[in-house]
Design a protein around this ligand. Structure first.
Ligand SMILES: NC(=O)c1ccc[n+]([C@@H]2O[C@H](COP(=O)([O-])OP(=O)(O)OC[C@H]3O[C@@H](n4cnc5c(N)ncnc54)[C@H](O)[C@@H]3O)[C@@H](O)[C@H]2O)c1
Length: 264
């Protein structure tokens, strides 16, 4: 990546209020980009954006299940910064439950956020990027987009679907020099999804197995060939590569960032 390559570029990111989205949005800020940070909880973006007083970060209320919210998010970037260089479709949720036990309404909600949400963001960005004849879209996927997930069928189905969407959009947008890729991280066991609240995955999974959260953490770490949990910087490094011109010949790909856990 060239020094200063991202300065003054405009990036839109969803689910920027906490976890991976927050970490990635901060990386985009540090690289000098104009960041339009959407989240269903706008106040959670406002909480962290104070730590970048020098920079104009737009916190926008955006529910990715609503096509019009995603269109408005893109329009906010255009109105304020006049261009749309990068879109990171990151917002996602996970509800687990056996296929014969999970409430169909909950199953549908996961599909609506993870799959429709990605579609709505790509749909909103595509006409703008086609007209510009440049742009990069990155979708936050998961290792569960490559392999089924025990008692998380809705999550895996949504992520498998999102990879089909990424590949199809990459085919459609290639002639406009717009690239579309996905990142498939492993488990980020220090992220709030795993650690915060009563329903944190780390607590749920430990409870299901009758072990402590520390034992659960060690068990997951042992499953990873590189022997540790995935970290935010593992993902942000790959994100910057995918946004940069260094990856200019890469489109329609789903890059595993799993410490060797997933190799397909
Ligand atoms: N944490 C992990 O271990 C992990 C691993 C692999 C992939 N991922 C993926 O990374 C992405 C981010 O996950 P995370 O761990 O940071 O989750 P998180 O729950 O910590 O954060 C998700 C953010 O998305 C927001 N959000 C939820 N529903 C939304 C909606 N309808 N519209 C807009 N925003 C919404 C939430 O308010 C929150 O700020 C997801 O797509 C997830 O599937 C996470």
């Amino acid at each position: 990546m060239k020094p200063g390559e991202f300065a003054g570029k405009t990036a839109v990111i969803t689910g920027a209020g906490r976890g991976i989205g927050e970490a990635l949005a901060k990386t985009l800020c540090r690289e000098g980009m104009h960041v339009v940070a959407g989240d269903i909880k706008k106040e959670s973006v406002e909480r962290w954006k104070e730590s970048f007083p020098e920079q104009e970060i737009l916190a926008v209320s955006c529910d990715v299940t609503k096509a019009e919210d995603c269109e408005a998010l893109v329009q906010t970037a255009l109105d304020r910064f006049g261009q749309l260089d990068y879109v990171i479709s990151n917002a996602g949720i996970l509800h687990s439950g056996a296929v014969d036990e999970i409430d169909p309404a909950v199953w549908k909600q996961v599909i609506e956020v993870n799959l429709y949400g990605t579609f709505h963001m790509i749909r909103a960005a595509a006409p703008v990027m086609k007209a510009q004849r440049h742009g990069v879209i990155v979708s936050m996927n998961s290792k569960s987009g490559k392999k089924g997930s025990y008692k998380s069928s809705a999550y895996a189905a949504s992520k498998f679907g999102a990879l089909g969407l990424v590949q199809s959009a990459a085919l459609e947008l290639a002639e406009y020099q717009v690239r579309v890729n996905a990142i498939c991280p492993g488990n980020l066991m220090d992220s709030p999804l795993w650690t915060e609240g009563e329903n944190a995955l780390g607590i749920q999974y430990a409870r299901n197995r009758g072990i402590t959260t520390e034992e659960c953490r060690a068990m997951y770490d042992r499953q990873v060939p590189l022997g540790r949990t995935c970290r935010y910087e593992d993902i942000s490094n790959v994100l910057l590569f995918l946004l940069s011109d260094d990856s200019g010949y890469i489109t329609g790909q789903a890059l595993n960032v799993t410490g060797g856990f997933e190799m397909r």
